[in-house]
Ligand binder design. Structure first.
Ligand code: SF4
Length: 228
């Protein structure tokens, strides 16, 4: 499994915001979002191919109880199954952060699903083959429903306009069994000032629609930096 980075930091998004965590960033993604803020794990994947034992050994350097398997798209890698099994055997809490286009049968404590909406389409000077592949792949309602049914979950959506909020509402209405209060809207952006400005309209919009507002605290705390 190709890994871009393994590091200790604090979870900045979602239900476990503020929780000290060990992050394992899988390198490689089946999507190419225009707003991707980890291009070194998607558009231009970096890192080394590591064995399951090597990944577990690097995680073992840290004492933390919470591990986040993120990407890129970690669900591309079947090695995730023995990694999650071992981490759970050690008593660690496992979160998987996925775009919800792939399903693996593995043990985890929180499936953090971020389905990609229309605003994720890569525009401008990008390889048209990737734009087509992204559009053909990003919408996997059956996979998202299965992940919701199979795991404790949260759904996080990136939005930048009222139209995006409406699109999310229509999308969510097609799903069932979503745990109460587990649909979250995050403003798009990688700058703390832009995110604070977006919060002013998005927070009340979330309340109006019955969603939770999800700040991106890691940007506020650390800025857009790797290994944070
Ligand atoms: S799914 Fe995530 S990692 Fe992949 S391109 Fe989109 S934002 Fe980047």
């Amino acid at each position: 499994m190709r890994v871009a980075e393994i590091y200790e930091s604090v979870q900045g998004e979602g239900e476990l915001t503020g929780q000290a965590s060990i992050f394992v960033r899988a390198s490689g993604c089946n999507l190419r979002c225009g707003f991707c803020d980890t291009p070194y794990a998607s558009w231009a994947p970096e890192g080394d191919d590591l064995s399951v034992a090597a990944i577990l050994q690097q995680i073992g350097r840290f004492d933390g109880s919470h591990v986040v398997l993120t990407g890129g798209e970690p669900m591309l890698f079947s090695e995730l199954i023995p990694i999650c099994e071992r981490l759970r055997d050690e008593g660690r809490h496992v979160t998987i952060e996925t775009a919800g286009t792939l399903h693996l049968a593995l043990p985890c404590d929180l499936m953090s699903i971020s389905p990609k909406m229309n605003n994720s389409t890569p525009l401008g000077d990008v390889d048209p083959r990737w734009r087509l592949r992204h559009e053909q792949t990003r919408h996997s309602m059956d996979v998202v429903q299965r992940l919701i049914d199979d795991y404790p979950h949260q759904l996080k959506f990136v939005v930048r306009s009222l139209a995006d909020c409406q699109e999310v509402q229509q999308y969510v209405e097609q799903l069932s069994n979503i745990a109460h209060g587990r649909v979250m809207l995050m403003p798009q952006g990688v700058d703390a000032i832009d995110l604070a400005a977006a919060a002013k309209w998005l927070e009340p919009e979330c309340r109006r629609r019955g969603f939770r507002f999800c700040p991106r605290k890691q940007i506020e705390w650390f800025g857009l930096q790797r290994a944070t």
